[in-house]
Design a protein around this ligand. Structure first.
Ligand SMILES: Cc1cc2nc3c(=O)[nH]c(=O)nc-3n(C[C@H](O)[C@H](O)[C@H](O)COP(=O)(O)O)c2cc1C
Length: 377
């Protein structure tokens, strides 16, 4: 596939998102790569992987657990709740900055999507309703067990763990954090009117279902400054067997409550043709980042149009960045894009992680193949 962005394309213009100056409006979407150590320390290759992609306006990292209990959806995902995790994230942030990029760490609690064989602890959720799905554990593919419904005092601890993880991320040198409120994980579970069956102040009305996400956003903003905080939401997305009969009201309540904080950005994972996007977009006065999700093929033509019209401030792109470390250069030149190899999305090691070639590497390889010395061999 190829797509050429004109030199005056909206997506190539710089943008200020909160405290961060992004060189362009094509952000790298968060991508779990399952290469962290078993204790959640980011992979020794993570600094190289992210630095290779520093051409993104903002790199949003893979989902990163805020506690041991927050982990458990997949094997070898990173955390940011120990000194060791923080030290490794500091290496990653420094490598990205040295390469001229910016980086937000995505903060994650998986809730009922966790498996005790991965996290080592019981899974928790708004209500004791299991997700009808499976995950790969050390002993193979397993169904997810029913979680335990959280006590109110535990919910306050989780808010505090998000706050503490954000502090660690910024102390490690990250430009900011993205709170993961999407894709069927804990915050999305609370927002849902189906899997959240609570009867206390965290369930029932849209305001109550939005309460946990709002409290997390407020606590993290108070800790590191709202200008360093992004939030990702995916209204109506069915990832992780999440269901929502009403995919607007809780988000409306959420955005009405947090819009005035002045966050760096709101990140929608949604098909822009979805009426929920139209309804919710108008409630947000700050920067809007859009990722069109896995069901819709990323169309740079459509994203450029939306950016040009001012519907979105920036686009977040996942698989194209995974396979093209120099994606921005390729879009500027209209060069052929490398295809992502799904078999190495979550496999260990450098293959499919740090070895996707740049245009410069490809042309070097083809020059050396056709050099007189090579031809003589
Ligand atoms: C390998 C892989 C890992 C992903 N991991 C995350 C993640 O950690 N956090 C998240 O919010 N979304 C995650 N996603 C979703 C992506 O951010 C994005 O929404 C999706 O890939 C669709 O965008 P694309 O078509 O540009 O790839 C992941 C997607 C893929 C393919």
């Amino acid at each position: 596939m190829t797509f050429k962005l004109a030199s005056d394309a909206a997506l190539l213009k710089p943008i200020q998102v909160g405290d961060t100056a992004a060189a362009n409006r094509i952000f790298m979407a968060p991508l779990t790569r399952s290469r962290a150590d078993a204790d959640g320390t980011p992979s020794p290759l993570a600094a190289q992987y992210y630095a290779q992609r520093a051409g993104a306006g903002v790199i949003i990292t893979e989902a990163t657990a805020i506690s041991q209990q927050a982990n458990g959806a997949y094997l070898n995902t990173p955390g940011i709740y120990t000194d060791n995790h923080q030290l490794k994230w500091a290496e990653v942030a420094a490598a990205v900055h040295d390469a001229g990029g910016t980086i937000f760490v995505q903060l994650w609690h998986v809730g009922r999507m966790g498996h005790p064989e991965i996290s080592g602890v019981e899974s928790v959720a708004p209500s004791a309703i299991a997700a009808d799905t499976t995950t790969h554990t050390h002993s193979g593919k397993q169904s997810l067990p029913a979680p335990r419904a959280l006590e109110e005092s535990e919910i306050r601890q989780i808010v505090d763990q998000f706050r503490a993880a954000a502090r660690r991320a910024v102390d490690a040198g990250a430009d900011g954090v993205e709170i993961h409120g999407a894709n069927g994980y804990l915050l999305h579970q609370f927002l849902s009117d189906v899997v959240n069956q609570r009867t206390d102040t965290y369930g029932g009305s849209p305001e109550n279902r939005a309460r946990l996400t709002a409290e997390v956003v407020e606590a993290v903003s108070a800790e590191i400054g709202a200008g360093r905080v992004g939030l990702r939401i995916s209204p109506g997305n069915t990832a992780g067997d999440i269901q929502e009969n009403d995919k607007v009201s809780a988000y409306e309540a959420l955005l009405n409550r947090i819009d005035s904080l002045g966050l760096a950005y709101l990140h929608f994972l949604i098909n822009p043709a979805d009426a929920a996007f139209g309804a919710l977009r108008t409630l947000w006065s700050g920067p809007v980042v859009l990722n069109t999700g896995r069901e819709v093929d990323t169309s740079f033509c459509q994203l450029e149009e939306l950016a040009d019209w001012g519907v979105i401030s920036a686009a977040a792109v996942g698989r194209a960045f995974l396979a093209n470390p120099d994606l921005i250069e390729r879009l500027k030149e209209g060069a052929e894009l490398n295809e992502p190899d799904v078999t190495t999305f979550y496999a260990p090691g450098p293959a499919g992680y740090t070895d996707y070639p740049t245009l410069a590497e490809l042309s070097e390889a083809s020059t050396s193949k056709s050099s007189p010395e090579a031809l003589a061999r």
